[in-house]
Design a protein around this ligand. Structure first.
Ligand SMILES: Cc1cc2nc3c(=O)[nH]c(=O)nc-3n(C[C@H](O)[C@H](O)[C@H](O)COP(=O)(O)OP(=O)(O)OC[C@H]3O[C@@H](n4cnc5c(N)ncnc54)[C@H](O)[C@@H]3O)c2cc1C
Length: 598
């Protein structure tokens, strides 16, 4: 660190390095539970691969009722409400506002962590260089988390990590080679295009590759002919060209700059091919965006108290310390990417996984440090297991779980492993209060509510308090339905302290699209914009207007709800609690999955 440049020292409870979705939600979860947090992120905006700089769309579990809840659904529901045309910069702004709204968070953007001090299994500080202010920032904290994807802290503090593919004999995985190697999944640069109503010419930059025919995509330089007809039919709901991928057979960290150049040549070459070489039907399409920052799929993975394996995922991930879930297939990309030679030309091998499978807390901290967590694509998992857990909705759950654990560690002055040993039930309860679904762990509800007299039938009451706040099977009658104008009423035998009211509405688990003409799937980002794109809309099932009454007096009312998980601080005492439904976002009836007091 050069002493002539400005240097500031900051202190906090919890410092997170890396502001992708996992780091952003780790920071936010901890801050919402009272920890003072600093988030150090080396890019100008949050979101990592989901940000407008890279534009990878957020995916998660594949099951019909397994859409992720918690902070990722808050981001998506806020994005649908404020950004119905799905402008990528507004997605950045939506995520940024979620963190900006919390006074416990200090953001250090454009600040790259480049140093750290650790002594005897304890991290003392991390230091980053902020390019916009020419300032070194040293952050001293009680707890640290690495959500940088690349595990930047591993070499800085000497934490144990793994890189590349395990040997088959190690865990008996199907997706691994006989002999361990350093191969990973590769990197990609994405492009976005827009359909116009007139022909738009395209002249490629001088560095672009030339792909004369569909068979050319096997080799980045096009001097070999390996028949790979990779899908390049883009469109509002079309391919995002994820297979423009390179570098899994190189060093995903130290070769990244060189790979950027190769990927830029490849992606511009693919667009030139679509526009100018053969009849692809995209004459009227204009190029809107090409990333300059390669999106990374895999680099260093930490070794935690447990290593999640392919076998555990395929068995359903039944862990007592479940804190998150996955459900994306095992989706192992060919390390040679576009350069794949020989017989096997498939860019990825996909094996379906149980939906959902559980992920344990013990993959989120380092056992040989007393204050060190991680989350995201660098968790303690084998290469094969990571091929499923790496998708961003799953990473978001992992970040939220880890940030909540960090807040508990701050509160109880304990280690990450101490949270596992002494506060696991509290962690799982906190996650459920914060709208996380933990497979195999039903939610329990405040006794005042379950014991109260209500205006529900026994069957309705049973469905409301069965601990599962989403449908589990087709036609499942979970939760209760009421009419607009009706109220749900609880009458207590004596005046009762009412803290915070938690409600869970139906985000329409069964809907297959968020846009009016069904062109968009349920996730809230788009890459290409065809003329068939129509703005997305808030789920009809979400309750829009409702009033909370205590002893007949309105204590809260809204006419603009667009969230499935709602918390309302009441902090009053009363003998009767009522929630009156005023309107929905289009559905005929109100569908309520849960009501609780916390
Ligand atoms: C092309 C591509 C296609 C993919 N397809 C999908 C898909 O369809 N759906 C899906 O959900 N997932 C997909 N993935 C996987 C997914 O994007 C990643 O696994 C995910 O982004 C990991 O989240 P993360 O928060 O751990 O890391 P990242 O999103 O990589 O975020 C880490 C952040 O840390 C920052 N950082 C790194 N080093 C430092 C440092 N030294 N100091 C400070 N900050 C630092 C980085 O700039 C970055 O912003 C894809 C990935 C790629 C590359």
């Amino acid at each position: 660190m050069n002493r002539h440049l400005k240097h500031e020292v900051l202190k906090c409870d919890f410092c997170v390095v890396g502001g992708g979705l996992s780091g952003s939600f780790a920071a936010l979860a901890a801050a919402r539970r009272g920890a003072k947090v600093i988030l150090m992120q080396d890019r100008p905006m949050l979101g990592g691969n989901a940000s407008s700089e890279i534009r990878m769309w957020v995916r998660g579990a594949k099951g019909k009722f397994e859409r992720e809840s918690g902070l990722i659904s808050e981001l998506e529901e806020r994005n649908i409400r404020r950004n119905p045309t799905l402008v990528p910069s507004l997605f950045d702004a939506t995520l940024y506002s979620m963190l900006r709204e919390n006074e416990n968070i200090r953001l250090l953007l454009n600040c790259s962590c480049a140093d750290a001090v650790a002594e005897k299994g304890h991290i003392v500080s991390v230091t980053g260089w902020q390019t916009t202010t020419y300032t070194w920032y040293t952050v001293e904290a009680d707890y640290f988390a690495d959500c940088s994807g690349d595990s930047i802290l591993a070499p800085l503090i000497g934490a144990k990590y793994r890189h590349g593919r395990e040997a088959k004999a190690e865990y008996g995985e199907t997706l691994t080679p006989d002999v361990a190697d350093s191969y990973t999944m590769g990197m990609s640069i994405l492009l976005a295009a827009r359909e116009t109503d007139h022909p738009v010419p395209f002249t490629p930059p001088t560095f672009a590759n030339v792909y004369p025919t569909d068979d050319s995509f096997a080799n980045g330089k096009c001097d070999n002919k390996y028949a790979l007809s990779r899908d390049h039919k883009i469109g509002t709901s079309g391919c995002n060209l994820w297979w423009v991928e390179l570098g899994g057979d190189m060093d995903s960290i130290h070769d990244a700059d060189r790979l950027r150049d190769e990927l830029l040549a490849a992606i511009y070459g693919v667009w030139d091919h679509i526009k100018n070489r053969g009849d692809h039907g995209f004459e009227n399409w204009d190029l809107e965006f090409v990333g300059f920052l390669p999106g990374k799929r895999e680099s260093r993975r930490y070794i935690g108290d447990h290593i999640l394996t392919e076998g555990e995922i395929l068995e359903g991930g039944h862990f007592d310390d479940v804190v998150a879930f996955g459900g994306w297939p095992l989706d192992d990309h060919n390390p040679h990417g576009m350069r794949q030679l020989g017989e096997d030309t498939s860019p990825s091998v996909c094996i379906p996984t149980p939906n959902p499978y559980g992920i344990p807390y013990r993959v989120l901290y380092a056992p040989d440090f007393d204050n060190f967590f991680f989350a995201g694509r660098n968790i303690s998992a084998t290469h094969a297991a990571l091929s499923s857990t790496r998708v961003m909705a799953t990473c978001s759950l992992l970040g939220q779980a880890m940030g909540t654990a960090a807040a508990l560690a701050v509160q109880h002055k304990t280690t990450p492993r101490g949270v596992y040993e002494d506060h696991l039930a509290a962690l799982q309860r906190a996650l459920q209060e914060d709208d996380m679904f933990l497979p195999g762990k039903p939610v329990s509800y405040h006794k005042a509510l379950t014991d109260a007299q209500t205006n529900l039938t026994d069957a309705q009451k049973g469905a409301l308090f069965n601990g599962i706040e989403r449908p589990r099977i087709e036609g499942d009658e979970n939760g209760i339905w009421q009419n607009v104008g009706e109220a749900l009423t609880f009458t207590f035998p004596a005046p009762t302290a009412l803290g915070t009211l938690r409600l869970r509405f139906d985000p329409d688990y069964t809907r297959e699209s968020i846009s009016i003409n069904k062109k968009m799937k349920v996730f809230t980002q788009k890459l290409h914009t065809g003329k068939d794109f129509q703005p997305v809309k808030v789920a009809a099932t979400l309750v829009k207007g409702f009033t909370v009454l205590v002893d007949g007096k309105a204590v809260f009312t809204t006419n603009d709800n667009h969230r499935s998980a709602v918390k309302i601080p009441l902090n009053v005492t009363g003998r009767e609690l009522s929630i009156r439904w005023e309107s929905t976002n289009g559905a005929k009836k109100v569908h309520l999955f849960a009501v609780d007091l916390i």
